[in-house]
Design a protein around this ligand. Sequence first.
Ligand SMILES: [Zn+2]
Length: 197
Amino acid sequence: MKKSSRSSIKRSKGRLTVIAGPMFSGKTGKLVAMVDVFTRMGHRVLIVKPKLDDRYGGGEAIHSHDHRSSRAIIVDGESAEQIVGKVLDSGVDKVILDEVQFFDREKIKKVVQVLKKKGYHVIAAGLLYDYKRQPFGATPDLLGLADEQLELFAVCQKCGSLAMHTERVGGGSAKQIEVGAADKYIAVCEKCHKVYK
Ligand SMILES: [Zn+2]
């Protein structure tokens, strides 16, 4: 994407949209649909993902049908200023922060605030709770700051109710982030949710 495109896109007032929900609640599907509509409208979209996401579940790629209109970068240890710089250089007007719970909490909040102030539309998607039902990274903070909020639910794999939690099947380590395949996790409702020791 050429740098000259930066000036060709008219940015309106900055905006933050947050899509929050457990695993298997269709966040990626929503993002794909959004990217499709945005690109058809002539917007340019940059998808920013944390490095960790590579190994975590993985496999689900967000892209528009018109691949030239959106692109993705992986962030691994860059500062807030460096992340903002990459967005500015990319010539987009919409920025998707995927798996936002895995970014450094304060750093990504700063990125969102700066981008919003500069007139970008930021869409942050991620898990609201970890497998212990504790707030996960910056997602709850961003939900509180959002201009638009979409909270998604999965279906409880134990009772069929709406599920807002993610259960780590069989436990694993006590770390908040257990890197591994998606088959380590199921979506469950509040009543059915268990933390295994
Ligand atoms: Zn249930």
